[in-house]
Design a protein. Structure first.
Length: 193
């Protein structure tokens, strides 16, 4: 019989020392990435319009201009609400509904299911706002128009659009709750005018 090979006890793995140059390079890369992330987080805030003095939008006043979205028109029809009359009941002031070309184009694309909404949108009494940009995506059009001119109340029931508009200071939102219109972000000072 031969000898059995001896088992090696307490064998340890080689550990890189903390002063190794390979570790220093990876730590420097990690620090650079963290600094780049901090720089990305520290962005400049957009400049707020001068009409938003102490969080009151002085550019907004009666007669209110109500900028409508496609789903707001459709839900108004489903809830059997006359847009102009219901908005006047909500705001206690005169309201001028405004519709962009993109909203009308979006209603045309949706087909015969939205035929009545298209007919309501093409009402001659309402103000039609022409669009000069490419494409017919109504949400982007509304956000761009509101950021440029903060003299609109935006009527929408779309959650995504509401979230985008809430980030813009001084833009009140109108939506449908309990078969009537409600306004969000409209300070009490406007009701006193």
């Amino acid at each position: 019989m031969g000898k059995k090979p001896l088992k090696k006890f307490a064998q340890t793995k080689k550990i890189i020392s903390t002063s190794d140059t390979r570790l220093k390079k990876s730590q420097e890369k990690r620090r650079e990435l963290e600094e780049a992330k901090k720089k990305e987080q520290l962005r400049e805030a957009p400049q707020v319009a001068s009409s938003l003095f102490f969080s009151l939008n002085t550019a907004l006043g009666p007669p209110y201009r109500l900028l409508l979205d496609t789903n707001f028109i459709q839900f108004s029809i489903k809830n059997k609400l006359d847009i102009e009359k219901a908005a006047m009941d909500c705001l206690f002031a005169e309201v001028k509904p405004c519709i962009t070309d993109c909203v009308v184009a979006e209603l045309e694309k949706l087909g015969p299911k939205y035929k009545l909404a298209l007919k309501v949108a093409k009402d001659e009494r309402w103000e039609r706002l022409p669009c000069m940009h490419k494409g017919t995506y109504a949400d982007d059009c509304i956000v761009d128009r509101v950021t440029a001119h903060r003299c609109f109340i935006v009527g929408t029931c779309d959650r995504g659009l509401k979230d985008r508009l809430r980030k813009i200071p001084g833009v009140p939102l109108m939506y449908i709750t309990n078969h009537k219109y409600s306004v969000e972000q409209l300070p009490e000072a406007y009701g006193m005018m």
